[in-house]
Design a protein around this ligand. Structure first.
Ligand SMILES: [Mg+2]
Length: 235
């Protein structure tokens, strides 16, 4: 087992590594409208942020009694990928944050509710692929997606770290709940294009993440701070 000071930082992808949620929420809104499900952007964010497209179909069915067509996730993905090519950007400051973690020997990986192709696409169009290599974990690899802890536990196991040595970086309530359930520390990132609304920020704060931050340039310091408090804990 690793010593307490060895850390794995597990990054959510959408809304953390890449600023994809404004695009995703807009595409999802258009597609739901085409199925006669009319929701405002806030209502869409409230229900679906951080959830897989499979979960979206389930929620729509339960809440609106509307069965979405089988190819709904595929249609969304196709439309999203097209917009990603032109619009998707890496989160500001994320390259230097990742480089700083690597220089200190802190391991990183990605754990996302999206399908592997979407994670790969997101990282490829923003130039982040090389940083993570094959350390990409998708909800499709486990039985239950976020807010269940399964995906984070899977990622930690694959990378060889115990939950106590993991820090999760998340933007969504579902992801924060999942990290907690996995017994991991969780830092809430609120710098994405979708994360500014006061109601959303209140919802995140109510979940009491171990830290909250809006600028990737602050990440290293937070991680280091968490590591030194753990040192004294075990020292
Ligand atoms: Mg997210």
């Amino acid at each position: 087992m690793r010593t307490p000071t060895e850390l794995l930082v597990i990054f959510d992808c959408d809304g953390v590594l890449v600023d994809s949620e404004p695009i995703a929420l807009s595409v999802l809104g258009e597609m739901l409208k085409s199925q006669q499900v009319f929701l405002t952007e806030d209502e869409i964010a409230d229900r679906f942020l951080g959830r897989s497209l499979g979960a979206v179909a389930e929620i729509v069915e339960q809440e609106f009694g509307r069965h979405l067509p089988e190819d709904f996730p595929a249609l969304i993905r196709r439309r999203l990928f097209k917009r990603y090519e032109h619009e998707l950007r890496a989160m500001p400051g994320v390259f230097s944050a990742l480089e700083a973690l690597a220089l200190r020997g802190i391991a990183t990986c990605v754990a996302s509710s999206s399908q592997p192709e979407r994670i790969e696409k997101s990282l490829a169009v923003t130039g982040l692929s090389a940083t993570f290599g094959t350390r990409l974990y998708s909800a499709t690899m486990v039985k239950a997606g976020k807010p269940a802890p399964d995906l984070f536990l899977h990622a930690a196991r694959q990378c060889g770290y115990s939950p106590a040595n993991c820090i999760v970086i998340e933007d969504s309530p579902a992801g924060i709940i999942a990290a907690r359930a996995a017994g991991m520390r969780v830092f809430a990132f609120g710098g994405g294009g979708h994360a500014g609304a006061p109601a959303f920020r209140q919802k995140i704060a109510a979940l009491k993440p171990d830290a909250s931050f809006d600028a990737m340039t602050d990440l290293l310091q937070l991680v280091e701070g968490s590591r030194s408090s753990e040192d004294s804990l075990h020292g």
